[in-house]
Write a protein that binds this ligand. Structure first.
Ligand SMILES: Nc1nc2c(ncn2[C@@H]2O[C@H](COP(=O)(O)OP(=O)(O)OP(=O)(O)O)[C@@H](O)[C@H]2O)c(=O)[nH]1
Length: 406
């Protein structure tokens, strides 16, 4: 009974713990994935734009070189295209930087440089327009080259610094997120450990309570159930009888002249006899029967699904087994006998009333000479003194056997 309920709680605790552990594992996995994706996505977009923008100074340098080598209208147009594209790129990067998590102090200088580049663009644009209208002479070419190189240099420096800043920030943020993820994982792990400890404690408490409950229902000497345990078992048996109408019998057993064993061989031998008798009873009964020590040298057997005839048959076997029972140590020569009262539940609905009837029959068995079972119906006699007893023939025969052995 104890093992089953402890196992039930154990299974429930393990299931609950597994569920919590699974949820924690899912939460960690989700958090780490999200954190990584988030960081990567933010800087990837900005870095991509910066890398694209870095092509502008390179293109500017190339176009200027081509223009100097071979002054041609097409190079002027290419420069014009660049002048149209550069401010848009700068504006896009400026917006993204301001929206980013980067500290403004880390990129303000770079934005200043880009602003200066932007401020130089109209001059270059004017020089290109002039060259386009009036033709490119040596002075115009030098002016375009000087202005263009200035812009190219500013852009190249600003974008390269920006690129480095983004890589550094990205690496730092990734590291930070990894540390955060680790911290969360450790916290969750600690939480799991705490939950496991609480569950373990609950499980132990439950087992302890079960053990105490069991101890309070167990007879220390024989390890049989005690009176309280039998009363509870009887409650269930009466309930089953009420629901299914199945028979229910009770047998009370009291060892005969047990005091003599104690007096002759000492209390420890008396204890050993009680234990040996308990084992005899356990061997004789069915699995559904409930054997208890009611106290002293008195025992009881509750027999669910057993009518009076079945109970008498069991009493008969017990009488025989008790007589044949070898007693321990110095008491080996001594023969033990037992007196038994057997009843089947009738109108009564409580254990106490059933017990009281069985006790009356046990009393009769003792009074009639011991080493016998008296079974049947016992009720206060009309005169109010004794008990009315129906005896089964077989059991009555044993009573005679018992008498003849004296
Ligand atoms: N060794 C031992 N003796 C016990 C225990 N509990 C009760 N007894 C003894 O059992 C004896 C019961 O004596 P009685 O009530 O006179 O009954 P009896 O000698 O069996 O005589 P009848 O019942 O009339 O046949 C007493 O000596 C108690 O001390 C126990 O746990 N161990």
């Amino acid at each position: 009974m104890r093992a089953a309920s402890s196992r039930g709680l154990g299974v429930r605790l393990v299931l609950a713990f597994s569920l919590i552990a699974m949820l924690c594992a899912l939460a960690i996995a989700y958090y780490v994935t999200q954190a990584r994706q988030q960081v990567g996505a933010d800087y990837t977009a900005l870095v991509t734009d910066v890398v694209r923008a870095q092509q502008d100074p390179a293109a500017m340098r190339l176009t200027l070189d081509s223009l100097i080598d071979r002054p041609d209208r097409i190079h002027l147009e290419q420069l014009n295209d660049l002048l149209w594209r550069i401010p848009r790129r700068i504006e896009g990067i400026r917006l993204q930087l301001r929206r980013s998590e980067l500290a403004p102090a880390s990129y303000d200088e770079l934005l200043d440089e880009l602003a200066q580049v932007e401020s130089r663009l109209p001059a270059l644009e004017a020089a290109i327009d002039a060259a386009a209208e009036e033709g490119l002479d040596a002075r115009g070419g030098e002016a375009i080259l000087a202005l263009g190189l200035d812009i190219e240099e500013g852009l190249a420096w600003a974008y390269s610094e920006l690129n480095e800043l983004l890589h550094r920030a990205s690496a730092e943020q990734r590291q930070l997120m990894e540390r955060l993820a680790l911290a969360v994982a450790v916290l969750l792990l600690l939480l799991l450990v705490a939950i496991a400890a609480v569950m373990r404690m609950l499980f132990h408490l439950h087992r302890q309570r079960e053990t105490m409950r069991l101890q309070s229902r167990t007879d220390d000497l024989t390890s049989l159930g005690n009176r309280r345990w039998l009363r509870e078992a009887a409650g269930e048996a009466f309930e089953r009888r009420r629901r299914h109408g199945s028979p229910l019998s009770l047998m009370l057993l009291d060892l005969d002249h047990f005091k003599r064993i104690n007096d002759a061989y000492g209390h420890p031998i008396g204890d050993a006899v009680l234990v040996a008798f308990a084992r005899i009873l356990e061997r004789q009964v069915r699995r559904v029967d409930r054997v208890a020590r009611m106290g002293g040298e008195e025992f009881a057997i509750l027999m669910p699904d057993s009518d009076l005839a079945g109970a008498e048959a069991l009493a008969e076997r017990i009488l025989r087994a008790t007589r044949a029972m070898p007693l321990p140590g110095p008491a080996a020569e001594h023969r033990l006998t037992v007196s038994i009262g057997v009843v089947e539940a009738e109108e009564e609905r409580s254990f106490d009333r059933l017990y009281s009837r069985a006790d009356q029959l046990l009393y009769r068995a003792k009074a009639d000479g011991r080493d016998r079972a008296v079974a049947g119906h016992a009720a206060p006699s009309p005169a109010g003194g004794g008990v009315a007893v129906h005896q089964d023939a077989g059991v009555a025969q044993h009573a005679c056997d018992g008498e003849s052995r004296r």
